[in-house]
Design a protein around this ligand. Sequence first.
Ligand SMILES: Nc1ncnc2c1ncn2[C@@H]1O[C@H](COP(=O)(O)OP(=O)(O)OP(=O)(O)O)[C@@H](O)[C@H]1O
Length: 245
Amino acid sequence: MSTDALVLDDVTLTYGSATAVFGLSLTVGAGEAVGILGRNGAGKTTTLRGILGSGVRRKGSIRYFGEEIGGMRADQVARKGIGWVPDDRRIYTTLTVRENLLLASRERSGPAKEAVDEAVAAVPLVEKLLPRKGVQLSGGEQQAVAIARAVVGRPKVLLLDEPAEGLAPIIVESLQQSVIELSRSGMTILIAEQNLNFVLGATQRVCVLDSGREVLTCSSEEFGNSPELQNQHLAISLENHGKRR
Ligand SMILES: Nc1ncnc2c1ncn2[C@@H]1O[C@H](COP(=O)(O)OP(=O)(O)OP(=O)(O)O)[C@@H](O)[C@H]1O
């Protein structure tokens, strides 16, 4: 079995006649956490959709632990062990958080309670929310539940779409810590995100997209230490360097 969790080779992604990602090649090692960065419309979400096989047409090769998944449907890809946390979270609002998690546990073998306990341990923010209905959750709470729900399925690879978007710093920190712990436990993680601090703290490498093209892939440390690279690729002003949140 390949030790690379994901290998994207010359992947082009299109919506109808519009191309959103052009010839992307990216390798994510097993257990590695990689951030996909870029300005609005750069193609971050589309890249995750392409891996998942959801809502976008694909060309090129996508291999998951050596197996070609580029032609598979999203449900087949999910069953292979790729979990997805969409940016709109998709919590069932009329169910409690516990019911949301139990529903997800049907996708996995083994006792449901164990699956839920494991997810709560991985995302501690969820613990006090278990009896609450989805409709009663704030945006940050929904995001925590969405991550926990993906963890219930015990994915080998977790795709996170803008997990920090619009959330209070204290929630962002807690979710970042959860992602760091999941990564330490051996899960492979790919994060599409605008929040640079979130990505830099949770990943080993970053891939920067610009207008659907990869313009830079380097270590998160190198990108974090270079105001020039950040300014060049994300238009983060040199003056504000170090003041980001
Ligand atoms: N369903 C769709 N149909 C047609 N075009 C789309 C669709 N979704 C996205 N696009 C286009 O594809 C391009 C990439 O969009 P994408 O959502 O991947 O960017 P992004 O980097 O995730 O941006 P953001 O940070 O704003 O979420 C954009 O030009 C966008 O307008």
